[in-house]
Design a protein around this ligand. Structure first.
Ligand code: ATP
Length: 294
């Protein structure tokens, strides 16, 4: 398990991290969320020793992370770190060797990943001649060429087309199945909702919410209720705490303790039910609450 334990970091007057804590378990994908400037990149750089926290510690399997341990980690930084004039395959071999692979092993892994990521015919191209999305794929290949057991990805989905999103998602799921611990940051909440087992939401340098996403949703003290009678939204005023407009329909926020049977009975009394949905909050709701300053 990778454990970030109460790390803090200041840059002059700017508090980048404020006792941030969370864990990334093996075989889990953790979505790392937060507004711009919340502290995500600073945390990820701290895991790789590129930023020295002022206090707190980061451990893997209960011990400090040494250079040798870090070689078993993979990192896709936000500021992409490829050599623009180096050929794609050479680049992969270079980074594979930095992680302790032999040239032969790195060459074989490079071929395998380039094929897998749809870049099998671009191994001899210079990185700078590739499109933005393909450079991103190479950056991913660099992060995974040595088959890491911990994978840290800073906004890996940014700028990918829908097929690229799908293929990166598959790669992450394969690593998860193989038992890797995966942390990735993203502003695309739907994607995080689909892919992640756990989340960590950082706000002003502090991790406000972390844990199993399904459990966090179920633990919320309210539910979203959508009722349509003959095609029109209907709100049971006696139960609704407030309403939220979503496109053409209006959702009621009701206490989690409200009985679904009672709600259905109320709706039936009103007329012909054409839609009835009773749902836990979505990740967007959880995110909004975590980063609200109220
Ligand atoms: P984004 O979603 O915009 O990428 P982030 O969550 O990754 O944001 P960080 O890059 O970690 O946020 O930045 C956290 C805070 O620390 C910001 O206020 C940022 O300006 C500040 N900061 C980060 N690195 C430095 C630095 N080297 N010098 C000064 N301030 C810094």
């Amino acid at each position: 398990m990778l454990r970030v334990d109460s790390i803090s970091k200041r840059y002059g007057d700017v508090v980048a991290l404020d006792r941030a804590s969370f864990e990334v378990d093996k075989g889990r994908i953790v979505g790392f969320l937060g507004r711009n400037g919340a502290g995500k990149t600073t945390t990820m750089r701290s895991i790789f020793g590129l930023v020295q926290p002022d206090s707190g510690r980061i451990t893997y399997e209960g011990a400090e992370i040494t250079h040798a341990v870090r070689q078993r980690f993979g990192y896709m930084p936000e500021e992409r770190g490829l050599y623009p004039k180096m050929k794609v395959k050479e680049q992969l071999v270079h980074f594979g060797r930095l992680s302790g692979m032999t040239s032969d092993a790195a060459g074989a892994a490079a071929d395998r990943w380039l094929d897998h990521l749809g870049l099998g015919d671009r191994g001899d191209a210079k990185v700078e001649d590739l499109s933005h999305g393909n450079q991103q794929r190479v950056q991913l290949a660099v992060a995974i060429v040595h088959d890491p057991e911990v994978l840290i990805l800073d906004e890996p989905f940014a700028g990918l087309d829908p097929i690229g999103v799908e293929s990166l998602s598959e790669v992450l799921l394969d690593f998860k199945l193989a038992g890797a611990a995966i942390l990735f940051s993203s502003h695309q909440l739907e994607l995080v909702e689909d892919l992640c087992d756990d989340i960590a939401i950082v706000h002003r340098g502090h991790v406000e919410v972390t844990g199993d996403l399904a459990r966090l949703k179920a633990a919320a003290d309210y539910r979203r209720l959508v009722i349509e009678i003959d095609g029109s939204s209907w709100i049971p005023e006696s139960v609704a705490e407030r309403t939220v407009e979503v496109g053409n329909s209006v959702h009621a926020i009701v206490p989690a303790s409200a009985s679904v049977d009672d709600l259905l009975a109320l709706a039936r009394d009103k007329g012909r039910i054409t839609r009835f949905a009773y749902e836990t909050p979505g990740l967007t709701d959880i995110f909004r609450e975590a980063v609200s300053d109220e």
